[in-house]
Ligand binder design. Structure first.
Ligand code: HAM
Length: 416
């Protein structure tokens, strides 16, 4: 049998409630903050990610699904959403819309990763971007929206870690200090780190190799090298979070895995499994990098699979089957469908569509968890009456074989 590719996932009917809950709650919460949904292509020209995400990142160097299309162009399945959103922002002239622009998205992403718990090759991100302001208030709004969202879907066991990785100015001084720190240990780093030393030394801090992590212990921290503007931005952010009573920890080791970040970076990490469920930060240089001028921005994305693994079952909205209409004979199936169609304006109804006997239909209705059952047979049709049976209590209420009457019995009858 052909199986699904490694690192992908089938979402089965039994699991879909959680996916819909997580997605619809995001839509509801984010829309109430003024975020509008946007969708961008699943694949882009490879150069977009090389320039946007950075050609010395793991994502670009090791994890992209890249191929030449039949026209010989290099195409990449998007490994993340921000680069595509920013490209679309520029290409569609969205800078002319009221600024800042608030965008939300739910989209699949693709990374050729080492598959493990919470790490897939195709995964879904729920993200939000604010494009067009450099104010720390946008960072605050995004973080508080993320905090509210996680609470609304029942994820309480997370901690918020924040850091500032400064602007290109602060980074110059920091990189000098960091290179000095590496000094004679250079030869012990992995080949990838060595290759990043000249071009982008900060990426060495993000290396997942055990020996490189050990060598990085005690490295200087970027927070000590922030310029006045970046320092003020970070101080303002911290005071605002304190004022809004959003708990956080400053974690100077967060550098994030993508090159476009400037100033604020943040991650919500699950205390249950240690995985980052949501991560983001400011990217003031990305729009300019793509030729869209000096437009600062900030955003985040949450991994939907990771959210779903943490949503408590009690937070699920259940969609039980309200009514199953059983037929005694095939000739009544269309009558059942007609009644069901009218009732479907108000409730979830199913009928016999599988050539089944009375007993088999009752069994099926039970398996589906039907709350009520109606049986239509010769008698019911002749008298134009039926019995609405409550499957849990076994009680029956007689009424006309008419959608309005049936609805009235199910929704308003105190006997049930
Ligand atoms: P990221 O940290 O690479 O940031 O990914 C965001 C979230 O996606 C992670 O925190 C994690 O929950 C989830 N995620 C990442 N890789 C995987 C994977 N292989 N399997 C399952 N889940 C995964 C970004 O992608 C940025 N674009 C976020 C952003 C938006 N920054 C500013 N705006």
């Amino acid at each position: 049998m052909i199986q699904k590719p490694k690192g992908t996932k089938d979402v089965l009917p039994d699991e879909i409630d959680k996916w819909q809950f997580v997605e619809s709650t995001a839509a509801g919460v984010f829309e109430n903050y003024g975020f509008s949904e946007m969708r961008v292509p699943t694949f882009e020209y490879t150069e977009l990610f090389e320039r946007g995400v950075g050609d010395t990142t793991d994502v670009v160097q090791k994890e992209m699904y890249t191929f030449n299309d039949k026209g010989g162009r290099s195409i990449t399945l998007r490994p993340e959403g921000t680069a595509g959103i920013v490209r679309a922002f520029i290409e569609n002239g969205l800078a002319s819309k009221p600024s800042p622009l608030k965008i939300r998205y739910t989209m699949p992403m693709f990374r050729y990763e080492n598959v493990q718990k919470g790490r897939y090759r195709e995964f879904n991100q729920i993200g939000a971007e604010i494009i067009g302001t450099s104010s720390y208030l946008a960072d605050v709004e995004l973080i508080s929206m993320a905090d509210k969202y996680l609470k609304e879907i029942g994820i309480e066991n997370v901690i918020l870690n924040i850091n500032s990785i400064g602007c290109p100015e602060c980074r110059k001084n920091y990189q000098e200090a960091f290179k000095k720190f590496i000094g004679n240990n250079f030869e012990y780093y992995c080949d990838t780190c060595k290759s990043r030393f000249e071009k982008n030394p900060m990426r060495i801090l993000d290396c997942k190799e055990k020996k490189c992590k050990e060598l990085n212990q005690g490295a200087p921290v970027i927070l000590d090298y922030l310029c006045e503007e970046c320092k003020t931005h970070f101080e303002n952010l911290k005071s605002a979070l304190n004022e809004l009573k959003i708990k956080y920890k400053v974690d100077s080791s967060i550098v994030r895995g993508l090159d476009y970040y400037t100033k604020t970076v943040f991650e919500f990490v699950s205390t249950e499994d240690g995985l980052t469920v949501l991560g983001g930060g400011r990217y003031d240089g990305l729009v300019n990098e793509f030729g869209g001028g000096n437009v600062p921005a900030v955003g985040f994305a949450a991994g939907e699979e990771r959210l779903i693994s943490l949503v408590p079952n009690k937070f699920l909205v259940k969609y039980p089957l309200d009514l199953f209409i059983v037929t005694m004979n095939d000739k009544y199936n269309l009558k059942a469908m007609e009644i069901a169609n009218s009732l479907r304006d108000f409730m979830l109804v199913q009928t016999n569509i599988a050539d089944r006997s009375f007993n088999a239909q009752m069994k099926y209705a039970n398996k589906l968890g039907a709350e009520y059952v109606i049986v239509i047979g010769e008698d019911e049709i002749k008298k134009n009456m039926c019995k609405v049976k409550n499957m849990e209590s076994g009680e029956e209420v007689e009424c006309k074989l008419d959608p309005d009457e049936i609805e009235n019995v199910i929704c308003c009858n105190d006997e049930f």
